[in-house]
Design a protein around this ligand. Structure first.
Ligand code: ATP
Ligand code: MG
Length: 443
């Protein structure tokens, strides 16, 4: 049967058998952020359109071409968030979090929406793990935020990820640099794409981030921001490099990174892999010392990053990283007849209260299909309850891995006896593992 409605282009479903992959990255990212002292923040999926226009920047690709904007009946214009930072800063200001002592450190896992050309690693709804630190201009903070991203990438098991860093200066050095860029690009204005011709006056740095191959070729020989940094920005960048080196974090200075959002100042960075094609930036971030002031707060330095979780998962799968698998069912209770069902219900309730993962037949099937189902869900143990078992107060407990069967009471001692069996099973699993290790070392 052909489905009459399908998912929108550029979106993805996560089917139940694959959700453990997302749980793995959600667990590792949030636990690592918490270990660095970051607390979770949650914000709305849509915001006033003006928030993104002001913060991401009018001349960026995101604002010019990629935003999903809706007008509700009435007046306001809303936009589905294309990124996390703007809404998070808005929320921190609106809730007074920025007045609660510095630094404030927050993290989030959220969906973002951009109307892009869909490709592998480039979706229209995607997810970011992001971290933001507010209230510190110190290069230590830059190193700390980069270290957090790096720790996450290490902990999910990624290899061959390269850290590129750059400084794009403060408004003061940027003014001189803009002048130099304008002069450089003006000489070849006619060869630039239409959008870039328009951007040339307002925001010439955007030309460096243009995706058109012709413009990229022209931008290759453009002046480099690092040659225009003021003394303070230079010193900040030098300190950052020193701290990264001290932390044992390898990096490459790449003077061509400018990032796609306008709010960045000084440090920008990207973690890049070459293993998933052109969309290799797994994580991007930097400092945005002017953003909070721009949104109406007191001038407050801040910085952060966004990590694309779909891209992260693509690389993890490509590199065969380990995932934390879903827990398996401890006990499946197969039943024949109403008396057995009643017993199964009371046993299940008691076992679940003790923390065990228990299932029983909900489809009213025969024993054979129930056993098949228990096998399919990977149940560790199965008991079969019928009239005989209810009458005798005892049943066979089958270990599904070994096929071994044992009598188990269905009375008072049931929970203790089952707990003991689970402990034995865990130990035998451990012994197997240890035996394997001992065997490998030849001890
Ligand atoms: P790109 O240069 O790849 O377009 P960007 O500069 O637009 O990236 P950011 O706005 O900095 O990206 O977002 C941070 C991260 O979010 C990116 O490094 C990437 O991992 C992820 N990301 C951005 N856009 C998408 C998308 N359309 N689909 C999937 N992931 C994305
Ligand atoms: Mg982009």
């Amino acid at each position: 049967m052909a489905l009459s409605v399908k998912k929108p282009k550029g979106t993805a479903d996560v089917v139940p058998s694959k959700s453990y992959m997302w749980h793995t990255v959600e667990k590792i990212t949030s636990e690592t952020a918490q270990q660095f002292g970051f607390k979770e923040i949650r914000v709305p999926t849509f915001e006033d359109t003006g928030l993104f226009v002001r913060s991401v920047g009018e001349t960026t690709d995101v604002v010019q071409k990629e935003m999903y904007t809706v007008t509700a009946t009435g007046d306001s214009q809303f936009t589905l968030r294309p990124e996390g930072t703007a809404g998070v800063m808005r929320a921190m200001l609106e809730n007074g979090v920025v007045n609660e002592g510095f630094p404030q450190k927050v993290y989030y896992i959220l969906s973002c929406f951009r109307h892009e050309n869909v490709q592998a690693g480039r979706l229209r709804e995607f997810h970011q793990f992001g971290c933001e630190m507010v209230g510190t201009a110190s290069p230590r903070a830059d190193a700390e935020v980069i270290a957090l991203a790096k720790t996450v990438l290490d902990r999910v098991g990624l290899r061959n990820i390269e850290l590129n860093i750059n400084s794009i200066g403060c408004p003061e050095c940027r003014a001189k640099y803009h002048q130099a860029l304008k002069e450089y690009f003006s000489a070849r204005k006619d060869e630039l794409c239409h959008t870039c011709q328009e951007r040339l006056e307002k925001n010439p740095m955007r030309l460096l981030d243009c995706k058109s191959p012709e413009d990229q070729a022209i931008a290759k020989d453009a002046p480099l921001i690092l040659d225009y940094l003021c003394d303070d920005c230079k010193a900040h960048f030098e300190k950052l490099k020193e701290y990264l080196t001290e932390m044992g974090i390898q990096f490459t200075v790449n003077p061509r990174i400018v990032r796609g959002l306008d709010y960045y100042t000084r440090t920008v960075f990207e973690f890049i892999t070459t293993e998933i094609g052109a969309q290799g930036t797994v994580c991007g971030g930097g400092r945005y010392d002017g953003l909070i002031g721009e949104l109406g707060g007191a001038q407050t330095p801040a910085l952060g990053f966004g990590m694309g979780l779909e891209r992260l998962l693509l690389v993890m799968q490509k590199q065969e990283c380990d995932f934390i698998e879903d827990k398996k069912c401890d006990l499946y209770i197969a039943t024949m007849g109403e008396a057995a069902v009643r017993k199964a219900l009371s046993l299940t309730t008691a076992l679940r209260d003790e923390g065990f993962f228990v299932e029983y037949d909900l489809v009213e099937r025969g024993i054979k299909p129930q056993m098949k189902y228990a096998d399919k869900i990977g149940a560790r143990f199965v008991i079969v309850l019928g009239d005989n078992e209810i009458e005798s107060g005892s049943a066979k407990l089958k270990n599904m891995a070994t096929g071994e069967q044992k009598d188990i009471t269905l009375g008072e001692g049931f929970i203790d006896a089952f707990t003991q069996e689970m402990v034995n099973e865990m130990f035998s699993g451990l012994e197997d593992e240890l035996g394997g290790i001992v065997g490998k070392d030849g001890v």
